[in-house]
Write a protein that binds this ligand. Sequence first.
Ligand SMILES: [Zn+2]
Length: 361
Amino acid sequence: MRQSDMTSHAPKAAEASVPGQALEENLPDYAPIPPSAFGPPLNELGYHVGSIGENLYWVTDGSYQAMFLTTETGVVVVDAPPTIGHNLLRSIDDVTRSTGKPSTVTHLVYSHAHADHVGASGIFGDDVERVGHVETDRLLKAAGDPNRPTPTTTFDDRYTLDVGGERLELTYHGPNHTADNIFINAPVYGTLFVVDVMYPGWAPFQNLALSTEIPNWVKAHRQIMEYPWTTFLGGHMGRLGTRADGELLVEYVEDLTAHATEAIAAVDPTPYFGKYGPSGNSWAMMKHYWAKVAHEAAQPVIAKYTGRLAGVDASTVENAFTMVTSLMHDGASSRARWGSGREWPGSASSMTASGIRAGGG
Ligand SMILES: [Zn+2]
């Protein structure tokens, strides 16, 4: 077959099959990032180390966060993001040089196994005690990454880490962002560190922080607020969080849930079935139906939070997509429209409404 025959007989390409080059052109503009989303300026080496309380400090590079506690016998570090890397050691030296406390890192706590948060933990060597959840141990054993050594101390539900007169309380509330994500509480300092759930000043990162257990990730917002903290660290971005930041993010997730539920009930699936049903292309049907539902759910949320949460117009359609699919797969609203199992309108095959609900997930 000649080239011209192939092109002339080729069906019209799907709109979504945008060539890679076109994806880089026409990059859209977004609403300005509210100044309140940014934190303190970074030093010439690209980090900021700040005091939270007497012996508790945080470090940021503007995108990631770690925390450390200086004690009478050594330093306890929480997370080691590779983007901060050796600046974590510099931060500890900066602080201990002026306080006279020992600068040796004796303990390292893993918030969860993800490489972007603990991928520099190898720099602390073999002599440090590494504390992590049993699921973190399982995931790191599976990863086999020399930059993320497995924990030397593991726990199931709770672990109290007492070092040199200081204390951290580690609690596992079940899977949320990942199977192993834990809550790290410094009660004396009114400080809670939970990664990849709340991003103070920012809308959640896309697809609800790429989380594996969406109902529990949603629930984790309330669990975070039940702790009596006054300072919150979400592991990301350049500033600390307040109670008002937390309440605003609870509200965002509640609004997203409500609008996703509404959109599932409101969007008419007829056009999607009509277009893709006859050829039996269930994947195309789901792709475009879910995209429409996510779009409808996202618009009122973007309108409400633009100017109040950074990046809301950049992540909310993807967040709505994940919320919609979670509600359909996991939530009570899975029965709201499709539970009857009735035939899809104009059905030309045996695909049913409950069939589309099950989708490819
Ligand atoms: Zn993560």
